[in-house]
Every structure is written in C-alpha cells, then in structure tokens.
Design a protein around this ligand. Sequence first.
Ligand SMILES: Cc1cc2nc3c(=O)[nH]c(=O)nc-3n(C[C@H](O)[C@H](O)[C@H](O)COP(=O)(O)OP(=O)(O)OC[C@H]3O[C@@H](n4cnc5c(N)ncnc54)[C@H](O)[C@@H]3O)c2cc1C
Ligand SMILES: NC(=O)c1ccc[n+]([C@@H]2O[C@H](COP(=O)([O-])OP(=O)(O)OC[C@H]3O[C@@H](n4cnc5c(N)ncnc54)[C@H](OP(=O)(O)O)[C@@H]3O)[C@@H](O)[C@H]2O)c1
Ligand SMILES: Cc1cc2nc3c(=O)[nH]c(=O)nc-3n(C[C@H](O)[C@H](O)[C@H](O)COP(=O)(O)O)c2cc1C
Length: 601
Amino acid sequence: MQLQVLNSPFTQEQVELLNRLLPTLSETQKVWLSGYLAGSQLGTAAAQLTQIPAESPKISKEVTILYGSQTGNSKGLAKKSAQALEANGYQVTVSAMSDFKPNNLKKLQNLLIVASTHGEGDPPDNAISFHEFLYSKRAPKLEDLNFSVLALGDSSYEFFCQTGKDFDARLEELGGTRLYPRFDCDVDFDEPAAEWLQGVLSSLGEAQGQGSAQAPSQTAINQATESVYSRTNPFQAEVLENINLNGRGSNKETHHLEISLEGSGLTFEPGDALGIYPDNDQELVDLLIKELNLNPDEKVTVKQGDVRTLKDALASYYEVSILTKPLLQKAAELTGNKELQDLLAPGNEEEVKGYIYGRDLIDLVRDYGPWNVTAQEFVSILRKIPGRLYSIASSLAANPDEVHLTIGAVRYEAHGRSRNGVCSTLVADRINPGDVLNVYVQPNENFKLPQNSETPIIMIGPGTGVAPFRSFMQEREETGTEGKSWLFFGDQHFVTDFLYQIEWQKWLQNGTLTKLDVAFSRDSAEKVYVQHRMLENSKELFQWLQEGAAVYICGDEKHMAHDVHQTLITIIEKEGSMSRGEAEAYLANMQQQKRYQRDVY
Ligand SMILES: Cc1cc2nc3c(=O)[nH]c(=O)nc-3n(C[C@H](O)[C@H](O)[C@H](O)COP(=O)(O)OP(=O)(O)OC[C@H]3O[C@@H](n4cnc5c(N)ncnc54)[C@H](O)[C@@H]3O)c2cc1C
Ligand SMILES: NC(=O)c1ccc[n+]([C@@H]2O[C@H](COP(=O)([O-])OP(=O)(O)OC[C@H]3O[C@@H](n4cnc5c(N)ncnc54)[C@H](OP(=O)(O)O)[C@@H]3O)[C@@H](O)[C@H]2O)c1
Ligand SMILES: Cc1cc2nc3c(=O)[nH]c(=O)nc-3n(C[C@H](O)[C@H](O)[C@H](O)COP(=O)(O)O)c2cc1C
C-alpha cells in the first residue's frame, strides 16, 4: 500500500518523510494511520491521506451512485455528483437505494454512496432495504469494489450521520476499498459536499493513472442543476395571509400561512415541502450580546465577502437557539473553561445530552464563562441557521403562484425560562400579511400521489400532519380524479382543533374525499388516537389495501408514526390471517412499491 496526500496542508518534505516511513509500518499500522488522519480535524476538510493500491491498476470508468434520501438533499447531491463525473468522462448510473437490485452490487467496481440519517440514527425510508441487505448474511464479499461515502446529517442529533457511517463501515468490512474517505456533513452541507466530490474525482483520476481530474467549481455545479431560486438562493416571498386555525381556549396554535410565489418561477407538486430561513428573535439576540459584553455594532465576517454587524449576523445568519455537541466542544476550546471541558470528557455522553436538551446559547454563555472573546472569535464557533421545512398544504393547480403551509407554534418551558421555536413562533408572533420570508422548494419524491389516479389513497395525518393531505385533496379535486380517498385526522379537541374542518366536509360532500375518521384525543376520559380509528375499521382498511390502496403517514415521528406503523402491521396480520413476520413483509413490500410513504418529523 502507498499513501498519497491530497489537498494537504503538509509540506512536500513532510509528505516524503511520511512515505519513507510507510514501508516500516505493518499493514494494520498503515490502515490505522490512514483512518486516524481521515478522522482527525485535518481529515474533515483539508488533509486526506488516501490509500491507493501500490501498482495503481487502471479502474473502470463506470461509476454507480446510490442515494438514500428522505427530504431530497442527498438525492440532489447525488445528481450533481453524477453531472460532475460525467463532465469528466465517467459513465454514471444514479439510483435511489430502493430502486437498486442489491444482487447487482457484486458487479460494481466504483460505488459512491450519498446518504442522510433520519429517525434516531436510522436510514431514510428509501435506504432501509439496502441497509438491511448489506447488514444481512446475504451481503456478498466486495473485494473488487472501490467506494466512498458522503454522509448527510445534523449535528444537533445524537447519532450524527449514523447511516453514512454504517454504510462506510460495512462496505469496508465486506472487503471494499475506500477510494476516498467519508465526509460527514452538517446542515450546511454544500461546501463539504463539493470538497468530497473534488476528492473523489481526484482519487478516481489518480487510480486511472491520469493525474487529478478536473473538478468543477461549486458554483458551476450549482448552476448546472438549480433554477434561479433554491435552498442556496432563497426567494423573498410575500406573505398573503396568516390565520390561527385553532379556536379560542385551545392548547394549540396552528397557523395557516399563504405565501405568494409570483415572479419566482418556483413550482412544486403535492407532497413537496417549503423551506423557510427564519430570523432569530431580536430580543434574544440583544440578551446574548449583553451577556457576552460585546458591541452589537462591531463588524464580523460571516463568510468571504459578507461583513455584517454582530447584531445582524446573530439575528439572521447564525443559529443561536440550539446547542450541539460540536458547538460545546468548540466553546470549550475557545474559552478554555475547565468545567465545560470536564463535561465533555469521554464517558459523559448522557450528561452532555442532558445539558443540551432545552438549553440555548444564552445558557451556555452564562454557565461556562468567562467569555473574554472578540465578536469574530465568538461567531466563528457558530453554525449557519438551517432552513425549516414545512409540508406544503396547497396545490398549484388550485392556487396558482401560491403556497400554503400549516405551522404549529413550538413553545415550552425549560430550565426556568419560556422558550420559543425560532421559525414557528416567528410566523405565529411577528409575521403579518405584506411581510417577506426567505423560502425555497424542497421536492420530496418519497411522498407523492399515485401515478394512477384511480388508485385509492389512505391518508393518516394528526395535527399539522394533515397539511399535505389538503394539498392532495385540492389536486384531486382540480384534476377530477376518480380514485377513492380516506382521511384519518386527530387532534386534541373537536371544538377548537379540527383543522380545515369545513374543507374536509366540503370534499366529503362533493365526493373528492370518500371517508373521514377523526380522533379527538382529549374529548373523552380515555385517549383516542388515529390508530384506534384505524383498528375500528380494520376490515375495510385491509380491503382497501388488497385493492391496491397507497398509505400515507404525516406528522409526529417520535410516537405517532411508530404507533401507526405497528397498527398497520396488526391490521394486516389480523385481517389477512398472516403471521407478524408475514404482515411486516407485506408492509415492506408496499413500501418497495411506493404504496407506503411517510413524511414525518
Ligand atoms: C419534512 C418536514 C416537514 C415538516 N412539516 C411541518 C409542517 O407541516 N408543520 C409544522 O408545524 N412543522 C413541520 N415540520 C417541523 C418544522 O420543520 C420545524 O421543525 C418546526 O416548526 C420547529 O421549528 P422552530 O424553528 O419553530 O423550532 P426550533 O427553534 O427548531 O426548536 C425546536 C427544537 O426545540 C427543542 N424542543 C422542542 N420542544 C421542547 C421541549 N418541550 N423541551 C425541550 N426542548 C424542546 C427541540 O430540540 C426541537 O428540535 C416539518 C419538518 C420536516 C423535516
Ligand atoms: N421536530 C420539531 O421540531 C417539531 C416541531 C413541531 C412539531 N413537531 C412534532 O410534530 C408533531 C405535530 O405537532 P402537532 O401539534 O400538529 O400535533 P401532535 O402533537 O402530534 O398532536 C396531534 C394529535 O395526535 C395525538 N397523539 C399524541 N401521541 C400520539 C400517538 N402516539 N399516536 C397517535 N396520535 C398521537 C395528540 O394527542 P395528545 O396530545 O392528546 O396526546 C393529538 O390529538 C408534534 O407531536 C411534535 O412532536 C416536531
Ligand atoms: C425527523 C428527522 C430526523 C433526523 N434524524 C437525524 C439523525 O438521527 N442524525 C443525523 O445526523 N441527522 C438527522 N436528521 C437530519 C437529516 O439527516 C438532514 O436534514 C439531511 O440533510 C437530510 O437529507 P435528505 O434530504 O437527503 O434526507 C434528521 C432529520 C429529520 C427531519
């Protein structure tokens, strides 16, 4: 094995020294060194040592890119990567993992994986079966495979980029050779993803014996695929309407927002989501600056060529409300605070999790000072505020140039302070008709109406989960679809929380909606949830499944989606006279056929 330096901050002398030392190392030591450098701070961006076979045999120019994506980011990056590779003369096949026949894995020589993580460290829906296959006994030996993994995630989750890590580790275990080290990307993934792609192109080029391949610049990649307005260039959209859907006395506050897309050229389909880049609450920002004892008008550079006052940067560029472990680590380094360093010591993972939960940057600054830092030093440890996604609640066919959303205000008490979700309470408290929001469309191919308009649909959407089903109904009404439809809706109280009640009743009357079952959880002594209504109707529900119905779940991921999933299996088991395993396989098969789709958060 030879080690080769790519994009490295090492001097040439250091590289030569390393390479001279290599023959004295055992294979295990070499693998360890390579892994260490890939996993170290250096490895995340600047320095990568890559293993290349000693004789650099030529490898095929065929590259397969498989993506596992729930909300479209990995899919978009997979497609961009394909374009860049094709521009460099590679023959590329791009596929969702769910559309790839795993038995073909053995035939591949070059495999790139782009995968996000969902749930609590779980693969996205369209990666589940491929993930299971790789970890099963049926997974083949892959000694001829070169691979590289781009992992997408969010460092505010405990199991950061877990699915990408799983694929990376498993492909190595099966004998594959890592063409280029895995990159783990946080929510602001464009730059690291472009860097990974350049690294992959260089490694492929080296292995071809061609020297480094020409990787297109990030801008070129973006231009090749994105329309004028996108996640990286949001549209400033005017708000047309903002109404609280809950009645007086409700525990909930769910806002129906209507936004104009006029002039943007943005389009979407039912099932897609809209991203909003929120501003932080100015009061919180002022408090934070006061705690830090900094000058709000001091200038900071947020990125090359973008200089703002500290106050503006904290209000509209940086995330100040959510703590993540990487942020705590950077803060510990910056402040040198011993207590914080102790908290972060190995073995304290649960304590760190406990500290992060329900706290924000103001808590961190108060708890672990003194922060004798400059404004620039302070912002350098923060990450860019990520956009918030909202399932679109309208159809373009019914409301041209408009997009409607259903946004539940997130408010809670924690550690002696009332706290507000950044985006949902911006909308609830401070956005009025005429105001402007920065938005982008996030397509979701995993939540789409059936192609055959006669296919029956079963929609399960408690709370804000009902949003995309309003879009489905509007679309079906506009297009005069014949297919049957059945909605299960639930919320706390019939009187105050029956979201869009009049519209569902109108659709029931005109036949757009065939059946409606509702579960108001707090109107009776015992809690009643949507899954109870499904069980009460289990015979008919199974009959719809046998007729080919597609099932959609939207809303809370942690409890509702899991419980409804189990209920579906119970119904299939009971009404189909199957074992639990057979019922699970029935549902998995529906998922494979895209007849079981989830949009959960
Ligand atoms: C694909 C998709 C579609 C979505 N569709 C919708 C939709 O249609 N409607 C909708 O309302 N939302 C939807 N969401 C959720 C939405 O994106 C936001 O996550 C939500 O509005 C909260 O954002 P925020 O900025 O208000 O809150 P944030 O500032 O992001 O705060 C939320 C965070 O606060 C913390 N938190 C919340 N409650 C507590 C508590 N009790 N104790 C301690 N900590 C707590 C948690 O860390 C939580 O992640 C969707 C999400 C996705 C991914
Ligand atoms: N990730 C985020 O930042 C974020 C932001 C906003 C919302 N969310 C999630 O999105 C969900 C949607 O919020 P929402 O306010 O519109 O609705 P919701 O809280 O999900 O409530 C809708 C209905 O579902 C019921 N419910 C509770 N647990 C259930 C279960 N296990 N199975 C089936 N139904 C259940 C509720 O009953 P009871 O309340 O009476 O138990 C209520 O009647 C929330 O649960 C929240 O967790 C997440
Ligand atoms: C409900 C939900 C759960 C998530 N869970 C995790 C997680 O456990 N670990 C992680 O690193 N990222 C997690 N993420 C963040 C996603 O991986 C991240 O947003 C990614 O960019 C999505 O890519 P995709 O659009 O290709 O699915 C989660 C996101 C959502 C909406």
